[in-house]
Design a protein around this ligand. Structure first.
Ligand code: PMP
Length: 326
């Protein structure tokens, strides 16, 4: 894997080329590897789509220099877009449901963006409607819409996936990733399946999320504390293509909470809830491969640690389960 060893011209060039690190609580015969996306300048996986989507829209004229991006976002996407917008002469406005982490909203504002809150009970759907209404009122405004824009998936197909394959010399047996928009998983899956159609592709969601509906399951909707992945309305997740997904792992908040603590104390990973869900799911997949329950082209599992726990300390991620969820 190439790393940033030369001086860079701006933080935009520091997006990507993140480390791929072994998760040790996995079988020796089927190692699990996690891509540490908190190494990006905006400290999450979403820096990749911020840079990739804005550069692509500026290149094809969808967005003009001096224009505005308005995006409904749970937070990390806002930070990713804000980092890129600041360097590319684009204004940024984010529509964020109230329940999401205040740290992320402070960071978006610090990067020069405007943040508008919508009621938590209206969910991401409410934020999406508001973003489109704002864009209709403003000249030169574009809603990239990470939930339906193929450039989101393409960002991972063009950057995340090749980095993983280079680091592992192409020996990737399974890709496992929590799905918010599904962009990360779909980009990894497309790249992996093109190289080997037998690659095992696994989506991850918190218990209470309803991605199961896309697999004909009777998904029971409920609240969950795990942040950044899952859905309560699969009709908004246009990028998620169930035909490319072999399995869906559903992880309860209790297990996520325990795995966050374990990854910090045992493996030195200061990662947040979606990463802990990914870690548990990836470890399950590794055990399934070890037991011969799934066939894979290589004995390895790749997942993504999307961001850092430091962004959620005020939410009590390392306090008791009751304090975190209370
Ligand atoms: N983890 C975190 C913390 C996130 O913010 C996101 C994006 N919402 C994801 C995972 C999932 O990424 P994607 O949207 O590509 O499915």
């Amino acid at each position: 894997m190439t790393t940033h060893r030369e001086p860079l011209d701006s933080v935009l060039e520091a997006v990507g080329e993140t480390p791929l690190v072994r998760v040790h609580a996995s079988p020796d015969s089927v190692p699990v590897y996690a891509k540490l996306e908190s190494f990006n300048p905006g400290a999450s996986v979403k820096d990749r789509i911020g840079r990739y989507m804005l550069e692509a829209m500026l290149a094809d004229g969808t967005l003009e220099p001096g224009g505005t991006v308005i995006e409904p976002t749970a937070g990390n996407t806002g930070i990713g877009f804000a980092v890129a917008a600041g360097q590319l002469d684009v204004d940024a406005v984010f529509v964020v449901p109230e329940r999401f982490s205040v740290e992320k909203q402070q960071l978006m504002r610090a990067l020069g963006a405007e943040v508008i809150n919508t009621p938590s009970e209206d969910g991401m759907g409410g934020a999406i409607d508001r973003a489109h209404a704002l864009a209709d009122e403003l000249d030169g405004a574009v809603v990239p819409q990470q939930f339906e824009n193929p450039l989101n998936t393409e960002a991972h197909y063009e950057t995340t996936a090749p980095e993983v394959f280079e680091a592992l010399d192409g020996e990737v047996g399974a890709v496992v990733a929590g799905c918010g928009t599904g962009g990360t998983l779909m980009g990894l899956a497309r790249y992996a399946l093109e190289r080997n159609p037998d690659t095992h592709v696994v989506a991850v969601q918190p218990e209470g999320s309803t991605y199961g509906e896309l697999f004909g399951e009777d998904a029971e909707e409920g609240e969950y504390k795990t942040e950044g992945i899952g859905t309560h309305d699969v009709s908004t997740n246009e990028l998620f293509d169930p035909s490319q997904v072999d399995d869906l792992k559903t992880i309860p908040d209790e297990d996520v909470h325990e795995e966050m603590a374990r990854l910090a104390s045992e493996e030195g990973h200061l990662i947040a809830s979606s990463s802990a869900a990914n870690s548990l799911a990836a470890r399950q997949v590794a055990r399934e491969i070890e037991r011969g329950e799934v066939d894979v082209p290589h004995d390895s599992v790749v997942t993504v640690f999307a961001d850092s726990s430091e962004r959620y300390l005020s939410k009590g991620v390392y306090r008791s389960f009751e304090e975190w969820t209370g």
